[in-house]
Every structure is written in structure tokens, then in C-alpha cells.
Design a protein around this ligand. Structure first.
Ligand code: IPE
Ligand code: IPE
Ligand code: MG
Length: 245
């Protein structure tokens, strides 16, 4: 049963994280267990992505960031990479249009330049079409790597210094954050990693300084809305101190 039924539910005993990040991991293992090709796992994972995104929007999450493809995932065999690119196109054409009903704002974080023209066009279209909506912000991390993001930010800050837009002494955390893909957004309160891996795999390194982590022993294609509720419950059991007492 859902903890938060609707945005309007007044009587909620749990704190809802404002920003949730999800490392959508375990598709390959899910497929392997079923003697299916890895691409079948990605297809199953994409379906879960749609369900969980809708659910987060329904319960009132303000920002959801999903890790869909890392800067390191190009190292995978060509057939797996092309299957993933095919799925991305399919989903950007169909599922993301569905998000319209939920007023979801779709944004992509990561370097678009390595994708083919057709995919880039779909990404830009989705961003343009959804930018004036007033619902949950969905960041889809594609060709995203946090180290790459930080290097880009360093370069942008350096340009500002070179062109006299800022003094070196005035560079602070807020200014630096404004050069990241997530500029203007709050840091994630909760990051969920299904599939039981205890690592961050280059996801939101800067932004997760004080994020609560929940690792779940479920493969992403098996992940349900109840699992999300469970992660939110665990989040609520944590004592966030931010360095204080
Ligand atoms: C996550 O599932 C999807 C992507 C990284 C694109 P994996 O494909 O990493 O699944 P496992 O970790 O091999 O099971
Ligand atoms: C992280 O998963 C990236 C995504 C889920 C998109 P990986 O499967 O690529 O991470 P590692 O290789 O296990 O660290
Ligand atoms: Mg993996």
C-alpha cells in the first residue's frame, strides 16, 4: 500500500524526500536469470522506469533523477549499446509523451553530443515541449558521468574568470553548483540503488555530499512501488545531521 496516496493527502506521517535519485541497475542480471538476452532486461527495466516515474509524480516528489546510461556504459558490447539506444528512442517517442498528463518536466543531464542526431532531436523536443509544465522535474541521466560534469563546471568557471565575470575569491559552492547539469535544483535527499551494489558508479558525486543511500537487494526490473515506499520509510528512519549534532 502506498504511503502517500496523492499530493493532496494532508495526513502524512512520513517526510517525503524532495529529490530522489535512482541508479536503475540490475537489468542484465534479471535477463540472465531468465536465460534472456540483456536487451530483454533493459526493456523490462524501461517499463519499471515508467511506472516508478508516474508513482513519484503521484505522491508528490518534486525532483526525480534516474541514471539511465553512464559515460562508462559505452564500454559495453555494440549490440547492447545499440539495443539501449533503440529503447531510448522508443521511450522518448511514446512514454515521455504520456508524462504530459502528469505535467512532468523532462530534462536530460549528461553530454548529448555523443548520441545520434535522431536521439538528440527527440531529447531536445521532449525538453522543449515539457519545459513550461508545473509538475515533477524528471532528470534523465544519459551519457552522464559526474566526473565529466565536474570537469565541465571547472571549465565554465574558468571561462568566467578569464572573461572577468567573477573573481577567483568569489567562487563558492553555490556558484560552482550553478555550473552543474543540476543547476538550480536541490541536492538529492535520497539515492536508491537496486541490485545490491554498494557503489555510486559516477552518479551525482558533488550533489550527494549529504544524501541518504538506500541499497536494495532487488534487480531494477523487479522493483515495485512498494519498494519505493520501503526506501522512503528507511529514509525516514535516518537521522540527518549535516555535520551538526
Ligand atoms: C542497468 O542495468 C542499465 C544500464 C547500465 C544501462 P545493467 O545492464 O547494469 O544490469 P547488470 O548490472 O549487468 O545486472
Ligand atoms: C550504473 O550502473 C549506471 C546505470 C545504472 C545507468 P553500472 O552497471 O554501469 O555500474 P557498475 O559497472 O556496476 O559500477
Ligand atoms: Mg549494472
Amino acid at each position: 500500500m502506498a504511503i502517500f496516496k496523492k499530493k493532496s493527502d494532508a495526513d502524512v506521517s512520513l517526510v517525503l524526500p524532495e529529490h530522489i535519485g535512482i541508479i536503475m541497475d540490475g537489468n542484465g542480471r534479471w535477463a540472465k536469470k531468465r536465460f534472456l538476452p540483456r536487451s530483454a532486461g533493459h526493456r523490462a527495466g524501461a517499463k519499471v522506469f515508467r511506472t516508478i516515474t508516474r508513482y513519484c509524480s503521484d505522491i508528490g516528489v518534486k525532483y526525480l533523477t534516474v541514471y539511465a546510461f553512464s559515460t562508462e556504459n559505452w564500454r559495453r558490447p555494440n549490440d547492447e549499446v545499440s539495443a539501449l539506444m533503440g529503447l531510448f528512442k522508443e521511450y522518448l517517442e511514446e512514454a515521455l509523451r504520456d508524462f504530459k498528463d502528469d505535467s512532468i518536466v523532462v530534462r536530460f543531464i549528461g553530454d548529448k553530443s555523443q548520441f545520434d542526431d535522431e536521439l538528440v532531436k527527440l531529447m531536445v523536443e521532449n525538453e522543449e515541449e515539457s519545459k513550461n509544465r508545473d509538475g515533477m522535474v524528471l532528470n534523465i541521466a544519459m551519457n552522464y558521468g559526474s566526473r565529466d560534469e565536474i570537469i565541465r563546471a571547472v571549465k565554465a568557471v574558468s571561462e568566467d574568470v578569464k572573461d572577468g565575470r567573477i573573481d577567483i575569491g568569489a567562487i563558492d559552492e553555490k556558484y560552482f553548483s550553478s555550473k552543474l547539469y543540476t543547476a538550480g535544483q536541490p541536492d538529492p535527499d535520497l539515492i536508491i540503488r537496486p541490485s545490491g551494489e554498494y557503489r555510486i558508479s559516477n552518479f551525482m558525486l558533488w550533489q550527494s555530499a549529504y544524501t541518504e543511500f538506500v541499497i536494495m537487494n532487488k534487480l531494477w526490473p523487479d522493483f515495485t512501488t512498494e519498494d519505493l515506499d520501503e526506501a522512503i520509510k528507511l529514509f525516514n528512519s535516518r537521522n540527518r545531521r549535516f555535520g551538526g549534532v
